[in-house]
Design a protein around this ligand. Structure first.
Ligand code: AHM
Ligand code: MG
Length: 339
């Protein structure tokens, strides 16, 4: 990682594009539009603490207008910022039950955008970091209009993925399959500046992140794995540290930089019907693409996340993601469950 040399995200995207002489600039425009939506959402998230005073969200503002909750706002902001550029043919969002078509008045492009507009938004009132997650594919159907089939894909087909974390500073992290780059928003000039170049996750971490309140609904393998993390590690001579924010982007971002493992296993209350919580298309796949590009792994415990063929827009999967050695060890424990 290097300190910023004042390289803006726009310059970085253009330079990346130049590596591909056949590129049309479409993709560059798409990422650029997304970064602008991110800045606008960041501004609104930063005002969240003023909601009570100014009536910014969920109530009526000083002009007597109804003001939207931040997750609804973020969803609409991204749709509005992305629909007119001519880069996209269809979108899907965690906030919408069905696909979001590009309105007829706008030209259609060759890309598909899927996103979680404001993940962890239940944390906002306590000033905890939240994030936007996105995933981009090339269109695959050939008919006049793009369809849901353009969204039901395998993570391995992603052409780009990223997230924005609205934390003590706002950062945008993305990959196009050529490494992972992080940009920090400089509020004084309103630009994302390159701050983290070619991010690599340590091969093994010292942190685990899981909602331990769910211990009694986990499978046996996960229970034994988490107990194992509390024993003294052979390398460090001390147990792993538990760090759980309860906001996926923030937990993932910390583990990406420091090393470690994040787990959201399925709920086995009904052992015949395990219930995962996180979404394949909006949460697991984009973070899996990033972590793999950074040298880490993302698994359900049984299979690679990015190999799963999506069959439903809001499909949920168990997610175990982070440092490679940690995820591999988890997979061993998981495969021995019940023993
Ligand atoms: P959301 O998409 O409704 O915000 O839910 C996803 C969030 C993640 O950010 C976080 O990792 C997880 O839910 C926390 O769940 P829990 O409160 O069950 O630990
Ligand atoms: Mg979410």
């Amino acid at each position: 990682m290097q300190k910023s040399k004042g390289i803006t995200i726009q310059r970085h995207i253009i330079e990346q594009e130049r590596l591909f002489p056949q590129a049309t600039g479409d993709f560059t425009g798409l990422l650029w539009d997304l970064s602008i939506a991110a800045k606008i959402i960041s501004r609104e998230v930063n005002k969240a603490g003023l909601a009570e005073i100014l009536g910014l969200t969920g109530g009526v503002n000083i002009h007597g207008e109804a003001v939207k909750k931040l997750d609804v706002y973020a969803n609409e902001r991204i749709c509005k910022s992305m629909e007119h550029g001519g880069h996209l043919c269809i979108m899907a969002s965690e906030e919408n039950e069905d696909v979001v078509p590009v309105p007829d008045e706008f030209p259609k492009g060759k890309y598909v955008l899927m996103f979680d507009p404001l993940d962890g938004s239940s944390n906002i009132d306590a000033n905890v970091s939240v994030g936007t997650i996105f995933s981009i594919y090339r269109r695959k159907t050939t008919g006049k209009e793009a369809t849901v089939d353009d969204c039901l894909r395998k993570g391995t087909e992603q052409v780009a993925a990223g997230y924005i974390v609205y934390g003590s500073s706002t950062m945008m992290v993305y990959t196009t399959g050529h490494g992972v780059y992080g940009f920090t928003l400089d509020p004084s000039i309103g630009e994302f500046l390159l701050s983290h170049e070619k991010i690599k996750i340590p091969p093994k971490g010292k942190i685990y992140s899981i909602n331990e309140g769910n211990t009694y609904v986990w499978d046996e393998g996960t229970r034994r794995y988490v107990s194992y993390l509390k024993e003294n590690d052979s390398l460090t001579g001390r147990p792993y540290s538990l760090r759980y924010i309860g906001s996926l982007v923030a937990d993932f971002h910390r583990n990406l930089l420091y090393g470690g493992i994040f787990l959201y296993p399925a709920d086995y209350k009904d052992p015949g019907k395990p219930k995962p919580k996180l979404r394949l298309l909006y949460e697991a796949n984009p973070l899996a693409f990033i972590v793999e590009q950074a040298g880490g792994m993302a698994s359900t415990g049984r299979e690679r996340i990015m190999d799963i063929q999506a069959t439903e827009l809001h499909q949920k999967v168990p997610l175990v993601i982070g440092s490679k050695e940690d995820v591999l060890t988890y997979e061993k424990f998981f495969s021995q469950k019940g023993k």
